[in-house]
Write a protein that binds this ligand. Structure first.
Ligand code: COA
Length: 170
């Protein structure tokens, strides 16, 4: 399944096993270590992470996409977490590879994911995303993607700092 953005050639497609090298190249970035739970340093960790994405699709617990350009080069990642009924709310997550930042990749990809989600899961009433309060770049992505700030959550394990909740209604 591919979800193209006709405006600029950005495509969301399922992760494939031959994405190992591109995934490892992107995952070596310290910002991904700081702001996300992605930990992929060895080929076997990449294989396990890709297997977890396939498993998420198979079980309906996680719909994740590689974000690629019109040459199929990896730009980033977006994921929809726990969309299954009876939940009326699900969560989105994202990262952009360091070499592709500052070009609006994440907000464009999140907008595509949001539209696909509401079309695919009619029981969902809203989507939310969570970022650490000092992650200003992620806060900008949320606002540019149409996710309004809703509240601040206190720090709690495994999150060492306060978090911002943003929401997008159907
Ligand atoms: C947050 C993140 C996804 C933004 O992705 P992106 O595709 O670069 O998004 P944008 O191009 O819209 O940039 C968003 C903000 O990043 C900052 N930014 C701009 N250029 C940048 C660059 N070259 N490098 C890093 N940050 C940059 C700016 O604050 C920008 O906001 P602005 O457009 O209002 O100036 C990306 O920085 C990232 O992957 N960070 C690490 C992982 C992460 O934090 N994920 C979210 C967890 S909640």
């Amino acid at each position: 399944m591919n979800l193209p953005d006709p405006a600029d050639g950005l495509t969301l497609r399922r992760w494939r096993d031959d994405d190992t090298a591109a995934l490892m190249a992107a995952a070596g970035d310290p910002a991904l270590h700081r702001w996300t739970s992605l930990r992929v340093e060895h080929p076997d960790e990449a294989a396990a992470w890709l297997a977890a994405q396939h498993e998420g699709w198979a079980t309906g617990t996680r719909c994740s996409f590689a974000v690629v350009d019109d040459q199929d080069a990896l730009l980033g990642h977006v994921a929809l977490k726990r969309p299954g009924a009876p939940a009326v709310e699900a969560e989105v997550g994202y990262w952009t590879a360091a070499y592709a930042r500052g070009r609006g990749v994440a907000p464009r990809a999140v907008r595509i994911l949001t539209g696909w989600t509401f079309a695919t899961f009619p029981h969902l009433r809203r989507l939310r995303l969570l970022h650490q309060s000092d992650n200003t770049a992620s806060c900008r992505v949320a606002l540019k993607s149409g996710y309004a700030y809703e509240q601040t959550l206190k720090a709690q394990h495994p999150y060492p700092r306060e978090g911002h909740v943003h929401v997008h209604p159907r």
